[in-house]
Structure formats: structure tokens, C-alpha cells
Ligand binder design. Structure first.
Ligand SMILES: *Cc1c(COP(=O)(O)O)cnc(C)c1O
Length: 366
């Protein structure tokens, strides 16, 4: 079995022990004589799978009891609309636009009420997290941020001050990468396929009082009514039973690896290996402002598109896949989520050094 060094941005690398367990249980789950994919979501067999996934996540993230946890379909993208329809009670919400996904969330929010762009870094090609003042007392229904910008390689190092205004965060690409102080947020949501499991599951963690009266907008589709979904254990209809099962195993793996502090330490180590190599290099340079660099997605370039393409394809030949930058920005992006081992990052650093030696003197910046 030859497994590649997987730097895919999402769907992305999953922990090998999780895949092996899933493989071992594929045809016959726990002696039941059928696969998890073939079980009724309302059966006594499936119920503990769901409950254990939620309970493990609650332990790993230390989620307080007054927060509901939902596992819904439609990815993070459908939640852009759900956020607005559940929470826009006065009809005015603030958005910080720090990248492509936060812009999409903002545009989606604008369909359902007044979405204010509080700050943006679009004018500097999203190379940073924009400055945001104190938003306490602003009267907004919520302030939305994207905590880690998957495409541009930036992340919030400190959360904005919002006081009594609920903070809503898309944490898709930093979910389970490090501890989160859940009480600082009104809502945390994430598409699972970056760091938590297979595609097709969105995890939503919402403070109960925000949804206790039901959705803000009557047009909210029943499926996106967070209060109803919480009441029915995410089973208003058939949930992504398989995806939730795999997510549960990833949560367990995170816990067994030492939890989120351990994940953060591992991820910071991998990120600094890579950023140090980029900062040493005369050929490659980082595209995100150093103070805002992500520990999940590392973006860099030679500034010569043909050379970037050559590096990406040479890497692929050497078994390092998924390094092409997003189509919006080009260059390279190494997504170094929880399941990407340090050895893969070391291999990448080695390859960058070999490539630079081979192309000495071709830098566009000198
Ligand atoms: C990938 C990603 C999304 C989109 O997720 P889907 O599950 O494909 O809808 C949204 N936000 C962020 C930060 C992402 O990384």
C-alpha cells in the first residue's frame, strides 16, 4: 500500500488509524452483520454511534451544556444562509470579509437582511486579517468572521471584541486544530471535510438562548431551523449517517492523541518548519502577512507562474499531492491539517530545498 503525502485543502487527509478502523468495520459493524451505511438512522444500532460522536466532541472542545451541537448536511456553505435566517432578528448583522468564504457568507447574509461589511482586506488581496474595532454595543444581531482563511492562508490570532453581540465563526479549516473558548462565541460552524471527517457533514455549535424562540425569519426552511434540528437530534430527516460515524472516530482519535492542546502543539511545529523554510528561501516567499499566518494552510509562491506549476507537478511526481494554490490565487498551498504527519512536512521542506538548488538564480524577487 502506497499512501501519498496528502496536502489537499479539503476533502483532506484523514488519520490512518481511523481509516483502518472504518475498513475493518465496513462489512460487519460490531457483529451486527451489516455496514453503518446500511443501518436505519433511527435504529438502536445507530443511536449510540450518533450519541458517542456528539459526546466525544463535547469533551474534546469542552462545549458547555447551554450549547446545542448539530450535524447537518449541505456543508458550511448552506450554513451561510442558516446563520442569517436563524439569527437576523432586527435585520442587521456585521461581516468581516477576510477572504473568499467570508465574502460568500456576507453575500449570502445580504439576501436575508442588511449585511454590513465591517472591515475587509480585499484591497490587499486578502493577505491579512483586517483591523476591527470594539463592536460591543453596536446593536448588530451578530458579527460573522471566518476564523481561518483556507484559500489565503491567514487566521485570526485574537478574536474581535464583540461584547454582548454574538460572535459567529466559520471555523471550517481550523476546527479541532487548536482549543477554542466556546463561550466566546454565539455560533461555531464547520464543514467537516477539512479536519474532522468526510465531506457532507457540517458541525454547528450554537448557544441555545439564541435559537430558543426559533428562527428569526419565518421563511427559514424547516431543515435549517436550528431549534427544531436541536430538538430532534439532527434527525428531522435522514442525516449523513456514514459521515457522522467517521467524524465520531476522528473526534476519538483527537482525544486519544492528547486533545486539542496536543493538536495545536503538533500543528504549530509543522507550520513553523514550513514557514522557517519559506523565510530562509531566496526563491519561495509567503503570501500572507507573517503576523496573521495560518497554522492550517500555508500559502507561498515563487512569483513565476510556470515555476510554481513545475514545483507542484514535480512534488506530485515525488508523492506529495494537493500543493497547487487555489484557482483564485495560484502559487502553492500546503494544507497541514491534524492528520498530516510532521514527516510529510519535512519531506516538503526537503523538496523545496532541492528545487531551489536546481533553480538557483531564477528568483523573480532578486
Ligand atoms: C471549505 C470551506 C467552506 C466551504 O465548505 P463546504 O462544506 O464545501 O460548503 C467554507 N468556509 C471555509 C472556511 C472553508 O474552508
Amino acid at each position: 500500500m502506497a499512501r501519498v503525502h496528502n496536502f489537499n485543502p479539503g476533502p483532506a487527509a484523514l488519520p490512518l488509524p481511523v481509516l483502518e478502523e472504518v475498513q475493518a468495520e465496513l462489512l460487519d459493524y460490531a457483529g451486527e452483520g451489516l455496514s453503518v451505511m446500511e443501518m436505519s438512522h433511527r435504529s438502536a444500532m445507530y443511536k449510540p454511534i450518533y450519541e458517542e460522536a456528539e459526546a466525544t466532541l463535547r469533551r474534546v472542545l469542552a462545549i458547555p451544556d447551554d450549547y446545542d451541537v448539530l450535524f447537518l448536511s449541505g456543508g458550511a456553505t448552506l450554513e451561510f444562509a442558516a446563520v442569517a435566517m436563524n439569527l437576523m432578528r432586527t435585520g442587521r448583522a456585521g461581516y468581516v470579509v477576510s477572504g473568499n468564504f467570508s465574502k460568500k457568507a456576507y453575500e449570502e447574509g445580504a439576501k436575508y437582511g442588511e449585511a454590513l461589511c465591517i472591515a475587509t482586506s480585499e484591497d490587499t488581496d486578502y493577505d491579512r486579517i483586517p483591523e476591527v474595532g470594539d463592536l460591543s454595543g453596536s446593536g448588530l444581531d451578530y458579527v460573522h468572521i471566518c476564523q481561518n482563511n483556507t484559500i489565503f492562508g491567514t487566521m485570526w490570532q485574537r478574536l474581535p471584541k464583540t461584547g454582548d453581540v454574538p460572535l459567529v465563526a466559520d471555523v471550517s479549516s481550523c476546527f479541532l486544530s487548536m482549543p477554542l473558548d466556546v463561550e466566546r462565541y454565539g455560533v461555531i460552524y464547520a464543514g467537516a471535510q477539512k479536519n474532522a471527517g468526510p465531506a457532507g457533514v457540517a458541525v454547528i455549535i450554537v448557544r441555545h438562548d439564541l435559537i430558543a424562540q426559533g428562527p428569526a425569519l419565518p421563511i427559514c426552511p424547516t431543515y435549517l431551523d436550528w431549534r427544531l434540528q436541536a430538538l430532534q437530534g439532527s434527525m428531522l430527516n435522514t442525516p449523513n449517517t456514514w459521515g457522522i460515524y467517521v467524524c465520531g472516530k476522528v473526534f476519538k482519535w483527537v482525544e486519544e492523541m492528547g486533545g486539542l492542546e496536543a493538536m495545536e502543539a503538533r500543528n504549530r511545529k509543522k507550520a513553523s518548519l514550513l514557514y522557517d523554510a519559506i523565510d530562509r528561501s531566496g526563491l519561495f516567499h509567503g503570501t500572507a502577512l507573517p503576523r496573521d499566518r495560518s497554522i492550517s494552510n500555508v500559502t507561498f509562491t515563487t512569483d513565476i507562474p510556470e515555476l510554481d506549476r513545475e514545483f507542484v507537478s514535480e512534488a506530485a511526481r515525488a508523492g506529495l499531492v494537493g500543493l497547487g494554490g487555489h484557482r483564485l490565487v495560484g502559487g502553492m498551498r500546503a494544507s497541514i491539517y491534524n492528520a498530516v504527519p510532521k514527516a510529510s512536512v519535512e519531506r516538503l521542506v526537503g523538496l523545496m530545498e532541492e528545487f531551489e538548488e536546481l533553480h538557483a538564480g531564477t528568483s523573480a524577487t532578486e
